[in-house]
Each structure stands twice: as structure tokens, then as C-alpha cells.
Design a protein around this ligand. Sequence first.
Ligand SMILES: [Mn+2]
Length: 463
Amino acid sequence: MFPAKTYVARRRELRTKIGNGIILLPGNPLSPNNYPNNAYYFRQDSSFRYYFGLNVPSIVGLIDADSGEEALYGDDFTVEDIIWTGPQPTLREMGAEVGITATFPLAGLADRVRKAVALGRKVHYLPPYRGETKLLLSDLLGIKPAALHDYKSVDQMFAVAEMREKKSAEEIEALERAFRIGYDMHTLAMKMCRPGIIEREIAGAIEGVAKSCGQGVSFPSIVSQHGETLHNLNAEGVLEEGRLLLCDAGGESLEGYCSDHTRTYPVSGRFTQKQKEIYEIVLAAHDHVARIVKPHMMYTEVHNAAYMVLAEGLVALGLLKGSPADAVAAGAMTMFMPHGLGHGLGMDVHDCEAMGERSFDFATIAERAAQSGTCIYRAAWRLEPGTVLTDEPGLYFIPALIDKCRAEGLYTGIVNYDALDTYRDFGGIRIEDDILVTETGSRILGDRRIPATVGELEAVVGR
Ligand SMILES: [Mn+2]
């Protein structure tokens, strides 16, 4: 947790940005695995934690933007609870740690909110993503769960996303701590990589690092020889000589900040010539992005710059014909890298993506954000000092996608489909680091770099 003054200042800024009405920020409850007392590991709602700091379940934060009142609603532990949990601080004590003096039992929240609604006051809430929170809001506001998205507060979405987007110095320190966990996870995976080991054994070991050094993983680890499957959570494969292993994994610091890195390396410890050729193209795109990112750039600019470098490499290899710019313009790169270059990173591994449109050019975006239920649209994302984004280009050879494009006659004269035939069992390569946009440019987070060049990887994996 940060000092109380951090949370006091954040709440004051939020209140000022939104201007009027009641702002609700529900923390997450425990989610049962099979019955209430056997729950999944607790993960706090990041926006609640950002403004109220507390990492305990079933507390709701409330801010009255008109009067300035701030309150926490939650229930103190009873002796029956304490038999199982041990002594716990009271809500009043926890509130004091984050600068809140008004604390009330959870049962009082419904009255408070209904009174505000009866007076015609606006009640602001973010689009809920968990069933339990949807039911809570539905009950408080008298809105059916399916209709909650129609009444979400676009003002609050933008205010919260804008604030969480811009990382402060103390947040960057927490992100650096998350980096070190990620560094240990990835270098352990590299050291374990050898023919005969099961992907799951590596995934389990690195997730243990995340759990023992921090809060756990920032998302389920991808450890697979099928790197061409973008989010491959199957880890039952046995590592084989000659293949590539893709590891996309990250950890959370104790403050709840995330890391997210990807490395791809040969199981044998030595790249083949063909693997090296593709690898160097992806690394060139990755490093190019890390060099060019600077404040006020549009995300799409960065994404297209990565596509250009990848296309240049594929033209040089003979997999694309004509000019790289024509290949990018024709959309041919979507066959080789069918995903965006990166995403925001912070207290969530896809930071603020539940919040909606990731841009702060309000005039052009607010209307679209208001109309959309999911509203993930990074095309409107402008990078500002304090933004953290992942830089994760890749090249993937996805037989099903190649066959579909070829059958539909797409990119004829641009993609050399015959040459691609020898890459059908290649797999995929992705390289990912986390970039902080600074006042003057950008830098890769971390005090060192996870091994990334062919030489560095061969030295660690092929030891
Ligand atoms: Mn990522």
C-alpha cells in the first residue's frame, strides 16, 4: 500500500474531474470455487484499490462529488469469522490507513444509494465485469444486470482511465518490482528448457516464482511449442529437439502491479538458420518500436511501424513480394501477426480495458465510448508521458489462416504462398517487453533486459 496521502489525492482528483453525483467503486468479493468457504485466490478490483488502497474483499467505496464526503461500506469480522481467519483489523482501522474516517456496515449502502437516486442524483459506476458486482449494482440501483452497461458512467470511465493511465513515480517503482519477478520467471523457464520436459512443468515452476515473490501471476502463463496459437493455454506438450518454445508470462508485485513479457527460444539451445532468420525480423521490429515511442504518438502509428519492419524482413526472405509498404497497406501483415502490437499495463495486465475507449481525445471518443458495451478500441489510444504499453510484435505461421487467405484469393501477388509451404510447421515467435513513455521519449521497464538476442538466448538456454 502507498501512503494515505496518495489515495487522498487520487480521490480528490477523481471527485473534481467528475464534478457531481455519487461515485461508486465496489471492491471485489471472494468468488467461490465450489462453496463460499473455498474461494479462488482473491484478486481486488484494480480501480477500487487505486482509490482506496485496501486489498481485502467485500468493501465498497463511495465518494459524494458534491459534498466531498468519502466513505467505506463493509462488515467487520465477527468472532465466528475470526475463529477461521485470526484477528482482523476493523473497517475503521483500515479506513484510517487510507485517509477515510467515515465507515459503515454494508447494509447501510442500499439506503444511501436509494436516497440519492430518489433525489434524482446521478450515480456513477464503471462497467462491471464480475457477476457478483453486477448483482450488487443491480440490487442497489434497480437496473437489470443485462442493462447495467446502458447506464454506466462514461464520465467516470474516462476520469479513472485517464488517471490510471498516467503512472506516478511510486507506481513505476512498483512496476519495476513486478519486472524483477518477471525476470526471474523467464530466466527460470530458459534454464529448465530442454528436450523431454513437459511444458506444464515449466509453467508450474515459473508460476511458483510469481507466487513466492509477489501476488501471483498477472495472467495464466503461456508456455508452448505452438507459439503460432496466440493464447495457447495447453501446456501438455513434451519439448522436442528442433522446435521453438514460446513463453508469455508475468507476475504481480505485492502492490498489485503487473509485468508481461514474452520470449521465444529453441528447445535445443541453438537456433536453426531458418529460425534465426525469422527471429531477427521480430527482434528488429521490437527494438524499432522501443526506439521510436515518444509522447503524443498515436498507438496506431507504433503498430504500423512494427508492421513495416516485419514486412521489410519478409520481403527480404522472399515470403512477400513487392514493396513492404504495399504489403502493409493491403493488410497482408494481418496474416502473419493477427494481433495488435501491444496493450496498456499497470494494475491490470490489460490495463483499464474494462473501462473502454483508451483515448483521451474526449471530443471524438466519448460518443463512441457511450455507445459501446465492451468498447475496447486501441486505435484511439494516444501515448502520453506515464503511459506504459507492451511492445510485442510477432510472426506466426498459422496453417488454418494461411489456407483460408489463399482459398479466398487474398493478397495475391503479395504473399508468396508457395514459399510459405515450407513454414507450415514453423510455429510462431513473439518478443515482448514493457515500455514506459517518458517526458522526452521512452524506456524499457526494468534495470536489465531479459535475454533477448540470439546470442544471449543461446548462452542461457544452450548452456
Ligand atoms: Mn502482453
